[in-house]
Design a protein around this ligand. Structure first.
Ligand SMILES: [Zn+2]
Ligand SMILES: [Zn+2]
Length: 589
């Protein structure tokens, strides 16, 4: 499909509407800022809407958007038709030159072949465009300008910086209202905001971008997650190890990462004697070294080496996002070394484990992507046959488990294809949480072997798998999933005990001690505050249980328990302890 650099021609009515609204935005901008140059203005799918890039020649901020938007409404009401014309090249150039539209002139020079130049006119506004569009500006009824950001002309950091205005547009006002409400809700759940409000984690420029600090409550949640993950893996026959965060660069030369994964790796630390140490971008070679600490026999296989291992990856600062995309993260990683005959069962076992973690953690919505290689040479290791075999075993594992999947061509790891579990954040942005990868390459590069039943030396297959993903990314997901109201087993404060009056604080402390002795995380609020104030503060922290005590409770050794749904029940202290202990040990949601 030919395009003029801003969008591919599409008949999808919503995309047409959104792209037409981008024209309307540019028309309004050129009326209000006659000196502004307009660059490109496509419809976009995520977030649903459109943008237009402008060179205003001066700063324009979000506070300028209402005026632009009201000019857009005026133009919409004026019922201006979108008129398509094909101009001779020279005339098109003359039209845009007259208007001082340098970016359009550059696009004509680069993108337009032949003599006919397709343009659209709405009133005085002229845009270089292939269309299609709505019939008239009056068809644009439900739109809103949202924000302003910077963008480089043609995405090139060496080219001029433009001002990008984002907006959204819908068929009806009702759809627009629903969408804006969804956004508001997503904003409330945003993990960066909640992470700050609930004091879960911090980012500090002095430490560096993308290097999050887990505050005490966040660290508590992480510890619970890690215990849960490690215990479950041990029960499933994984062996947990600890390996260093750095290794000699040569180790990654041998694995191929230094060559094929270089863009994500930090520059090596060089020493005077020539030694080079590298912050590890992945755990794979370290686990291979674990495998090679002994001569392995077929009886040792499958050997499942696991670690919640710190990885260091250089992500460009523009792509960093709270805890979701960071430069240092702890991956729930494992490498399974097995015989080719065991491969299918191991792949299925890894998928089952990821499904189990998802169920307990409340990851209800996800889909599978089978990531395969494309035809670009020198991007991949290994032969066509090995890839076909690995891809077939992943597809077969999913199919035999009755799971649907999509195919992502060119998104494999350099050593083999993979299954990615894709999930969404509160803004419906998609990301990979867990992954299962089949690899014939690294066993070859490291000359891995095991003693087969007949005494011969054979090569194992490797499965790389991340079941619960990176702790940081999982945490960002869980914060948004629960909007801070974590299940009791994860919540940093499981119970707040508050006395009706100060005179009952001694009993409140006694209740606290009893709960603490049962390993329940409890906070006794003994401040000289009114009870409703204490309850309000506990609710702000989304604490699962508030135990209120007064004269009656002291008398009977009871607690008046209030849960997050606001339900209240009076119960014996011991029953309360038992109830919470059961809920925690079963990791109920
Ligand atoms: Zn257009
Ligand atoms: Zn790996």
């Amino acid at each position: 499909m030919p395009d003029y650099g801003d969008h591919e021609a599409t008949d999808d009515p919503l995309q047409v509407l959104r792209h037409s609204t981008a024209h309307l935005l540019a028309a309004a901008v050129t009326e209000l800022y006659p000196e502004a140059k307009y660059a490109i203005g496509p419809a976009i799918e995520n977030p649903p809407g459109f943008y237009y890039d402008f060179d205003f020649g001066r700063p324009v901020a979000e506070s300028d958007l209402p005026a632009i938007e009201s000019r857009m409404r005026r133009l919409a009401q004026a019922d201006l038709p979108f008129v398509h014309e094909t101009l001779p090249r020279e005339q098109a150039i003359e039209e845009f030159r007259k208007r001082g539209q340098d970016y359009k002139l550059e696009l004509i020079a680069d993108k337009v072949e032949g003599n006919g130049v397709s343009v659209y006119r709405t009133g005085d506004f002229l845009d270089l465009c292939l269309g299609p569009h709505v019939k008239s500006t009056r068809d644009l009824k439900a739109f809103k300008l949202q924000r302003v950001s910077g963008a480089y002309w043609r995405g090139d950091e060496k080219k001029p910086q433009l001002t990008r205005i984002y907006g959204t547009a819908w068929q009806t006002q009702r759809e627009l209202d629903d969408y804006l409400k969804f956004l508001e809700e997503a904003e409330k759940r945003d993990h960066k905001k909640l992470g700050r409000d609930l004091k879960l984690f911090a980012l500090d420029d002095r430490v560096g971008p993308g290097l999050p600090i887990w505050l005490p409550d966040g660290a508590t949640i992480r510890r619970e997650l890690e215990r849960f993950i490690v215990d479950e893996e041990l029960a499933r026959g994984y062996l947990h190890v600890r390996t260093p965060d750095v290794a000699r660069l040569d180790l990654y030369r041998q694995s191929g990462h230094a060559q094929l994964y270089k863009a994500y790796m930090y520059p090596p630390m060089k020493f005077e004697d020539g030694e080079e140490l590298e912050l590890r971008p992945v755990n794979c070679p370290h686990h291979i070294v674990v495998y090679q600490t002994e001569l392995r026999s077929y009886r040792d296989l499958p050997l499942r080496i696991a670690e919640i291992g710190n990885n260091w990856r250089y992500e460009r600062s523009g792509t960093l996002a709270g805890m979701n995309r960071v430069r240092s993260f702890a991956l729930n990683d494992a490498h399974i070394f097995c015989t080719p005959d065991q491969l299918m069962d191991e792949v299925k076992g890894a998928i089952e484990l990821a499904l189990y973690f998802s169920k307990v953690l409340g990851i209800d919505e996800f889909w599978y992507q089978l990531s395969t290689r494309d035809d670009v040479k020198d991007k991949w290791l290994g032969t066509e046959e090995q890839w076909q075999e690995a891809q077939a075993s992943l597809a077969e594992a999913l199919e035999s488990m009755g799971q649907q999947y999509r195919v992502g061509v060119g998104e494999a790891a350099f050593y083999g294809p993979k299954i990615d579990f894709q999930v969404y954040d509160a803004h419906r942005r998609e990301f990979t949480n867990s992954t299962v990868q089949v690899d014939f390459q690294l066993p070859q590069r490291f000359d891995l072997e095991y003693v087969a039943e007949d005494g011969s030396r054979k090569r194992p297959v490797m499965v790389h798998r991340g079941a619960a993903g990176a702790m940081e990314r999982l945490f960002s997901y869980l914060i948004e999933r629960y909007a801070g109201a974590f299940p009791t087993w994860l919540h940093p404060t499981q119970v707040v005990v508050a006395a009706v009056k100060d005179e009952f604080n001694d009993y409140a402390r006694k209740v606290g001690d009893r709960l603490r002795a049962a390993r329940i995380r409890v906070e006794v609020d003994a401040r000289s505050e009114r009870l409703d104030r204490k309850i309000r503060d506990a609710k702000l922290k989304k604490v699962p249980y508030i135990g209120v005590v007064g004269g009656k409770e002291v008398e009977a050794e009871h607690v008046n328990v209030q849960n997050r749904a606001g339900e209240k029940v009076d119960m014996a202290l011991e029953s309360f302890v038992q109830m919470i202990t059961a809920e925690i040990s079963e990791r109920r949601r």
